[in-house]
Design a protein around this ligand. Structure first.
Ligand code: PMP
Length: 309
């Protein structure tokens, strides 16, 4: 009813825009009213999991891969997803429809739910789930055209044996500390090393390099999320006969790479042309990076779940 009024208002005046609707525990609520309890363990302890997904022109990119990763993160936390994949898909599509979004960033969050104080997950009887769909803000265009600069930060990537970076949990403080250090250095993304000094990943992106025509990325066990975009790039390498290896990498390897790029749901594929002051290759996005950027764009037009608004 409220929404109808908003839509009518929108039609009557181009000045009035409809407030974003958020899926929250089975209902759709306007952004300003989408609130959860201060007793939610997602907030109190970071006890929960999430996914960031994209839709491109009415196609949700690699949705099942994202849902599987959500399910696996939840399984490790012994957190039962409140919806099965079919119901989750329906809820995501309905949220997109209600917000009239064909191109969107989709955030699914499942927390342990509301419970008394105390770490014990058993204090929470029911998980909280919400889905935010919104327009996406990418890095500036100039990064895609001319490449971006990153720096290595002192904050070491979480130990696989502690909070495994493969787990997409609500504990992102490791990444946030690194992000703060990147911001202090006036760059938008940070290179994170693991406790042995090997390249792990960035705060919200995976990292790739090219050397003598071979595409390389660190194995996830060194401290990286198994990115869906990372996997898409690996699939494209295979399909396009680009030699590819997962390899243990150091900063020295990156400094002397011919090409470096980052991958992520929000960033897509973004070239890196400077790391810790060292110019990469000839300082411009190079051939293989450009080829993969364009192949990835093409993939987003056909690989996913279609919906109409
Ligand atoms: N690493 C981290 C730490 C991330 O949070 C993300 C997602 N933003 C990625 C890598 C990229 O993963 P994906 O391609 O699945 O978005």
């Amino acid at each position: 009813m409220k929404q109808d009024k908003r839509l009518k208002a929108q039609k009557n005046s181009s000045q009035v825009t409809q407030e974003l609707l958020v899926y929250l525990d089975g209902t759709f609520v306007p952004k300003s009213e989408a609130k959860i309890s201060v007793f939610d363990h997602g907030l109190l302890y970071g006890d929960g999991v999430f996914e960031g997904i994209r839709s491109y022109d009415g196609l949700i990119f690699r949705l099942s891969e994202h849902l599987i990763r959500l399910q696996e993160s939840a399984h490790t936390l012994m957190l039962k997803l409140p919806l099965d994949f079919k119901a989750l898909t329906a809820a995501i599509i309905e949220t997109l429809k209600r917000n009239h979004l064909r191109d969107s960033y989709i955030r699914i969050v499942v927390t342990r739910g509301v419970g008394d104080l105390g770490l014990d997950p058993g204090l929470c009887k029911k998980p909280t789930i919400f889905i935010i769909t919104d327009e996406i803000v990418l890095y500036p265009d100039s990064f895609y055209q001319s490449g971006m600069e990153i720096v290595t930060v002192p904050t070491v990537r979480n130990l696989t044996e502690a909070v495994n970076p493969a787990l997409k949990s609500l504990n992102y403080l490791n990444n946030i500390l690194a992000k703060i250090e990147a911001k202090n250095a006036n760059v938008k993304e940070a290179l994170m090393l693991n406790h042995q000094g090997y390249v792990a990943e960035c705060t919200g992106d995976n990292i790739f390099m090219v050397k003598s025509g071979i595409l390389l990325t660190p194995p996830a066990y060194l401290g990286a999320l198994r990115g869906i975009t990372r996997q898409a790039i690996m699939d494209l390498a295979l399909k396009n006969d680009i030699p590819f290896q997962e390899r243990v990498l150091t900063r020295h390897d990156l400094f002397n790479a011919d090409e470096v790029f980052l991958t992520g749901t929000a960033a897509e594929v973004v070239p890196v042309v400077k790391i810790d002051g060292r110019v990469i290759g000839d300082g411009m996005p190079a051939k293989l990076t450009r080829k993969l950027m364009s192949a990835f764009k093409d993939l987003t037009k056909r690989d996913g779940v279609r919906y109409s608004i």
